[in-house]
Design a protein around this ligand. Structure first.
Ligand SMILES: Cc1cc2nc3c(=O)[nH]c(=O)nc-3n(C[C@H](O)[C@H](O)[C@H](O)COP(=O)(O)O)c2cc1C
Length: 368
């Protein structure tokens, strides 16, 4: 029953939606990483709810370092980030004498696993709220990844039937997305997606979609051939994000009925560097990076908490019931989930690089 991921960099997340704090312990960080609080703040702001397309629960997401930071640098000992919860409305969840399981949410499964001891308010440990801790953790390492030329970006590829434009200039698009609260490259597509989300919300329903991500700057040769292939490790981490239900690398499911002549990515040389003309394999061959951008798409489900009446069961009793949800929820989680995807990807990449090249790969200058 552990909540830790990673080998060289272990990430442990903790907290409940309505508890006093959520947070993260990062164990195995290099010493001497300069912590840029503005980057952490910016990433947390990208995750924040906004307007009618998000839950009305807005947290300030103040953060503090309880350990592992000294004079603005990582010490190399476990770094603990705490984020206080301030906008809890636990009474929204106390109204029912009998607690009804939310279909699509973790209420029932968590009750079975934790034998009734779980703090279920606001989804407890299964709330999207916990993702703020992961995002803050990624804010610590984003600058050192950038210093190695590694950058991650994600956009909403599609929401309902509405599609964003394809990635074009990868680096420029990633930089644009970093500055955009709503992560869509084409402004008309963004407008249409927001309108669809608002319409769905007004009907008491929710909507899902597909995120598309790119990792730029990874060297060729990362990853293991079988169980710790790049696809395996990234999928392991990304499926941990609440609401992620599918993943494909490169062209994935789009080309399963295609031919080798179309799916293969022909190699060529550019100034002595091996590249491929297409990238249907998403930058990974045999579980190992080939030096091309690593690309993947994620299916993000519609938010399970909806305001329409649903059939369900009473938790802990042999009884059926009808659920009408109280509480504050996102009509779509996809726009908030993108920075969580970026964060989990960055943490995974850091761990893979640190495992291969050693903790000091990311160290700052040695202090006299
Ligand atoms: C950023 C973010 C925000 C979320 N907000 C909500 C929410 O407001 N209401 C809700 O029911 N689920 C929300 N979720 C999704 C649930 O946490 C998730 O569906 C639930 O834990 C069950 O896990 P599963 O969907 O992976 O099976 C959110 C997820 C993320 C990543």
């Amino acid at each position: 029953m552990k909540n830790t991921f990673g080998n060289s960099l272990g990430i442990t997340i903790f907290g409940e939606s309505h508890g006093p704090y959520i947070g993260v312990v990062m164990d195995g960080l290099a010493p001497g990483i300069k912590i840029d609080r503005d980057v952490i703040r910016h990433l947390l702001d990208l995750r924040k709810p906004s307007g009618k397309i998000s839950t009305s629960r807005v947290e300030e997401d103040e953060f503090l370092f309880a350990s592992g930071e000294y004079k603005g640098y990582t010490t190399g000992t476990p770094l603990t980030i705490l984020i206080p919860n301030k906008s809890q409305h636990s009474s929204d969840y106390d109204k029912d004498e009998e607690r009804l399981a939310r279909p699509g949410h973790a209420d029932y499964a968590a009750h079975v696993k934790y034998k009734g001891f779980e703090d279920y308010h606001g989804g407890g440990h299964f709330s999207g709220r916990i993702t703020a801790a992961v995002v803050a953790a990624a804010g610590v390492i984003r600058p050192v990844l950038l210093s190695k030329g590694i950058v991650v970006g994600t956009h909403i590829y599609s929401l309902g039937n509405i599609k964003d434009r394809e990635f074009e200039d990868l680096r420029a698009d990633i930089d644009t997305l970093y500055d955009r609260a709503y992560p869509v490259l084409d402004s008309k597509a963004a407008e249409d997606m927001i309108a669809l989300t608002e319409k769905t919300a007004s009907e008491g329903d929710s909507v899902g979609g597909v995120l598309e991500s790119v990792i730029l700057g990874l060297p060729a040769g990362l990853g293991e051939p079988w169980f710790d292939s790049m696809e395996s490790v990234l999928s392991h981490a990304l499926f941990s994000i609440p609401g992620i239900k599918g993943i494909q690398f490169g062209a994935g499911f789009d080309l399963v009925n295609s031919n080798g002549s179309k799916f293969n990515d022909p190699f060529f040389l550019e100034n002595g560097t091996v590249k491929t003309k297409t990238n249907n394999n998403g930058g990974i061959n045999g579980g190992i990076t080939n030096g091309m951008p690593v690309t993947f798409r994620l299916a993000v489900k519609p938010t399970p908490s909806i305001y329409k009446e649903q059939d369900t069961v009473v938790i802990g009793k042999e009884k059926e019931g009808k659920l009408v949800i109280n509480g504050r929820h996102d009509p779509a989680i996809i726009h908030r989930a993108r920075v969580v995807v970026d964060a989990v990807t960055m943490l995974t990449v850091y761990d893979i690089l640190s495992s291969k090249y050693g903790t000091d790969f990311f160290s700052g200058e040695v202090k006299e």
